[in-house]
Design a protein around this ligand. Structure first.
Ligand code: X5A
Ligand code: ZN
Length: 685
C-alpha cells in the first residue's frame, strides 16, 4: 500500500474534507452522536494511512442557493441560511426543538452549505471525467432532509442536491440515469421523496426497518414504496426486520437485488449515501458490517458506469468503525480491489424473506426478479426462529418449545434444556433494539446461494452476552413503575412492554425484551407538581408532554398509576421514554442504584442525560417494593420556569390518553379529570 506516482496517474480518486464542517455542533456543548469528531476521526485515519497523498484533494465551496433550490423549498433554504445569524440567537433552540432530531448553532449554516457544496463539487468532477471516483467526508449528513424540513441530524440533502444538479443543470455532461445507493442504516426518506416520481434517479436503500419502528419510523422505508407515476419501479427499499445484519446479509442483497437491477438500469453515475452506522459497533445501528463488507459492497458497484462513483458521508457514530470503514472504501477505490478479509456466517432467515418480498414487489418492473431464487433459499426462507422473551426462568420453557418446533435448529448433539444455556449464550442477539425478538442464525441448514458465503474461516465478533447477564439478574427484582402521563392508560403503557401503538400515537414502541404484563396495578397520589412541557414529540406531535417536578411539595398532588414490573423491564421502559436506540452494555438502573435512590430520592442517569426522562425519582414503597418514576432534571425545570425551554399544553391525542387513564383508575368525574389536567397545564411552574 505504498503510494507511487503511477497510482495518481492511473486512478484519480477525489477526496474532500474541510475542518469548517466541524463548526456545526450542539449549542450547549451537550454530547451528541452526530458531532465534529466524526469527520476529524476519519481525516486523522486517512492521513495516518497516507490516503490524501494518493488522492486528488478537492476544492471545498459552499453550495449556491439556486442549486439547492432544485430539491429544497425557498423557505427551507432561508431557514438554513439564517439560522446561524445573530437575529436567530434567541429562537434557535426553540426552532430546533420543533424539528425532529435536529440541533443548530452559530456554525450550522456554514457547515450545511459546505457539505452540500462539497458533494456537488465531487459529483460534478466525477461526472465530467476529471476524476474517476470521489469520497466526500462531509457533515451534517443529508439523506433525511426533506424538501421543506431538516430532520434526523440532516439540514440539506447533499446527495439529492448533487443528483438534481447533474440532471437539471448539467445536461451537457450526459448523465441521464443516476443510481443512488443508500447504505446508511437508516432509511433516506428525504432522498426517496425527492425523486419518487423521477425515473432518472433510481433510489436504492437498505436499512433497518423493524416493521416500521426504527428511525425514521413509519411506512416510508417499506418495500412497498416503489415509486409513483413515471418513477414507479425506480425506488427500491430493502427493510431489515431487526438489527444484527452483517456482511453476509448485505452481500446477499447485493447479489439478488442491487447488482441485477444495476445491470438492467445501466446508470451513468453512482452516488452512494455512505452512512457507516450499519458498521459493527455503531451505537445507533446495532448492525455488524465490517470494513471488509463495505469494501466488497463498493467493489461490486465499481463495474458500473465506468467506475464513476461518489461516496458522500451520511451517518456513522462509532468513531473507530467509521474511520476504518471509510479507509477501507478509499483503498478499494484507489486499488480497484477490496481490502483483505473474509466473511462471518450466513444471512439471516429473515434476510431471505426480505429479499423475496422486495423481488416480488418489483418483478413487473424488473423482469430479472421474475427468475426464481434457488429453491434451497426459498425453503429456508419460510422458517423463522425467534427467541421468545428474555432468558429468565419464566420463559425458559417457551424457548425450549420453540427450539423443538423448529427442526432446522440443531445446536449440538443433545437436545436437553441444560444444553440450551450454552448455545444461547453464544448467540448473537439484536443489540440495537431491545424490543424485537432476536432471530437465530441457523448455521447448519442455511444453504449457501453462492460461494461468496462459503468461506469457512471463523472471525470472532463481539457477541452480546453481557446483555443477558444483567437482564437475568434484574428480571428477578421487582419495582413499581409510577406513571403520571399517558402511561396511566394501561393499553398505552403496555406498548412499552409488548411493543406497538394505540389510538392517538403516531409511532409504535419497541416494547421491552421481556413482554410479561405487569404483575399488579394500583393507584396513588404523590406530593409532586404535574406539568406539561416541550413543544413536539415523535409519538404525539405538537404540544407538551407530562413531567413531574422532581422536587416535592405538600401543596402539590398528582395522580399516579403504579405498575409492578421487573427492574429489567423498567430499564427497557427508561430507554424507550428517553427515545434512544443506543445499546447499553450495562443496565441504566440496577439494584445498587435503588439502594442509592432510597437514600437520596432522585438520581440522574448519566448515559441518557440528553433524554427528557433521565431523572429517576424514588417515591417510597408499597408492599416492601420501591416505587420509581422518571421525569426531567431539576435543571430542566429551571429552564422551563425561565422560558428557556417551552412549557406547553398537551396535544389533543395526548390529553385524551391521559383522560382515559385517569377515568379508568381514579374516582374523578370526567369534569374533575379535565379540570385536573387543565390546571396542570395552566398554572405557572
Ligand atoms: C444521518 C443519520 C440518524 C438520525 C437518528 C435520529 N441520522 N434518532 O444517521
Ligand atoms: Zn443513519
Amino acid at each position: 500500500m505504498n503510494s507511487s506516482p503511477e497510482d495518481r496517474r492511473s486512478v484519480r480518486v477525489g477526496l474532500a474534507y474541510d475542518e469548517r464542517m466541524c463548526l456545526h455542533a450542539t449549542p450547549d456543548g451537550e454530547s451528541h452522536p452526530e458531532n465534529p469528531e466524526r469527520i476529524r476521526a476519519i481525516w486523522r485515519k486517512l492521513e495516518a494511512e497516507g490516503i490524501p497523498d494518493r488522492c486528488i484533494l478537492l476544492k471545498i465551496k459552499e453550495a449556491e442557493d439556486a442549486i439547492i433550490a432544485s430539491v429544497h423549498t425557498r423557505n427551507h433554504i432561508k431557514l438554513i441560511r439564517n439560522i446561524s445569524s445573530k437575529e436567530f440567537d434567541s429562537r434557535r433552540l426553540r426552532i430546533a426543538s420543533k424539528l425532529n432530531s435536529i440541533y443548530f448553532n452559530e456554525g450550522s449554516s456554514k457547515a450545511a452549505y459546505l457539505a452540500a457544496g462539497t458533494v456537488i463539487e465531487a459529483t460534478e468532477n466525477v461526472a465530467n471525467g476529471n476524476l474517476d471516483s470521489a469520497i466526500a467526508v462531509v457533515r451534517p449528513p443529508g439523506h433525511h432532509a426533506e424538501a421543506n424540513e431538516a430532520m434526523g441530524f440532516c439540514l440539506f440533502n447533499n446527495v439529492a442536491i448533487a443528483a438534481s444538479y447533474l440532471l437539471n443543470e448539467r445536461a451537457e455532461l450526459g448523465i441521464r440515469r443516476i443510481l443512488i445507493v443508500d447504505w446508511d442504516v437508516h432509511h433516506g426518506n428525504g432522498t426517496q421523496n425527492m425523486f419518487y416520481s423521477d425515473p432518472r434517479v433510481l433510489y436504492f436503500s437498505v436499512h433497518r426497518f423493524d416493521f416500521g419502528s426504527f428511525y425514521p419510523a413509519g411506512s416510508d422505508g417499506s418495500h412497498c414504496m416503489i415509486g409513483e407515476d413515471q418513477g414507479v419501479g425506480y425506488n427500491i427499499n430493502v427493510p431489515w426486520e431487526h438489527g444484527q445484519c452483517g456482511d453476509a446479509d448485505y452481500l446477499a442483497v447485493w447479489d439478488h437485488i442491487l447488482i441485477p437491477v444495476a445491470e438492467a438500469y445501466n446508470p451513468d453515475i453512482i452516488l452512494i449515501s455512505a452512512g457507516f452506522d450499519a458498521a459493527m459497533g455503531d451505537p445507533l445501528g446495532g448492525c455488524c458490517v465490517t470494513p471488509y463488507g463495505y469494501s466488497v459492497m463498493l467493489k461490486r458497484l465499481m463495474k458500473f458506469s465506468d467506475g464513476k462513483i461518489v461516496l458522500a458521508l451520511e451517518g456513522g457514530y462509532n468513531l473507530n468503525s467509521l474511520a476504518n470503514s471509510v479507509f477501507a472504501c478509499a483503498i478499494t477505490l484507489l486499488e480497484g480491489s477490496p481490502i483483505v478479509g473474509n466473511f462471518e456466517g450466513r444471512p439471516f432467515e429473515s434476510t431471505w424473506r426480505v429479499i423475496n418480498e422486495v423481488r416480488n414487489e418489483l418483478k413487473t418492473y424488473w423482469p430479472v426478479f421474475s427468475i426464481d431464487l434457488p429453491e434451497e433459499i426459498l425453503i429456508a426462507n419460510v422458517k423463522r426462529y425467534p427467541i421468545q422473551a428474555g432468558i429468565n426462568s419464566s420463559s425458559d420453557s417457551d424457548v425450549e418449545k420453540d427450539l423443538e418446533n423448529s427442526n432446522a435448529i440443531n445446536f449440538s448433539s443433545n437436545n436437553d434444556v441444560g444444553d440450551l444455556i450454552l448455545p444461547l449464550s453464544k448467540l448473537k442477539v439484536d443489540d440495537g433494539d431491545f424490543g424485537e425478538l432476536s432471530p437465530l442464525r441457523s448455521q447448519q441448514n442455511q444453504p449457501a446461494p453462492s460461494e461468496a458465503y462459503e468461506n469457512p474461516k471463523e472471525v470472532t465478533t463481539e457477541t452480546c452476552n453481557d446483555l443477558f447477564h444483567w437482564r437475568s439478574s434484574l428480571s428477578k427484582v421487582d419495582v413499581w413503575y409510577g406513571s403520571y402521563g399517558s402511561n396511566m392508560w394501561k393499553p398505552r403503557f403496555l406498548c412499552y412492554i409488548e411493543g406497538g401503538k394505540v389510538e392517538g400515537m403516531r409511532k409504535p414502541c419497541r416494547g421491552a425484551m421481556d413482554k410479561t404484563p405487569p404483575k399488579d396495578i394500583s393507584w396513588k397520589s404523590v406530593p409532586h407538581r404535574l406539568f406539561f412541557a416541550r413543544s413536539y414529540t415523535d409519538t404525539w406531535g405538537h404540544g407538551g408532554v407530562a413531567f413531574l417536578n422532581p422536587q416535592s411539595s405538600i401543596n402539590d398532588k398528582s395522580y399516579m398509576r403504579i405498575y409492578r414490573i421487573t427492574l429489567e423491564q423498567f430499564n427497557d421502559l427508561l430507554i424507550q421514554e428517553n427515545v434512544t436506540t443506543e445499546h447499553f452494555e450495562s443496565p441504566l438502573v440496577d439494584s445498587r442504584d435503588i439502594e442509592f435512590l432510597v437514600k437520596s430520592s432522585f438520581m440522574s442517569v448519566e448515559s441518557i442525560k440528553g433524554g427528557w426522562y433521565s431523572n429517576i425519582l424514588y417515591l417510597g414503597e408499597q408492599d416492601g417494593i420501591p416505587i420509581l418514576t422518571m421525569t426531567c432534571s431539576v435543571s430542566d425545570v429551571e429552564k422551563f420556569k425561565s422560558g428557556e425551554l417551552p412549557v406547553c399544553a398537551p396535544p389533543k391525542a395526548y390529553e385524551n390518553t391521559l383522560l382515559k387513564g385517569l377515568l379508568e383508575g381514579t374516582e374523578l368525574s370526567s369534569e374533575e379529570a379535565i379540570g385536573y389536567l387543565k390546571d396542570a397545564a395552566a398554572r405557572n411552574l
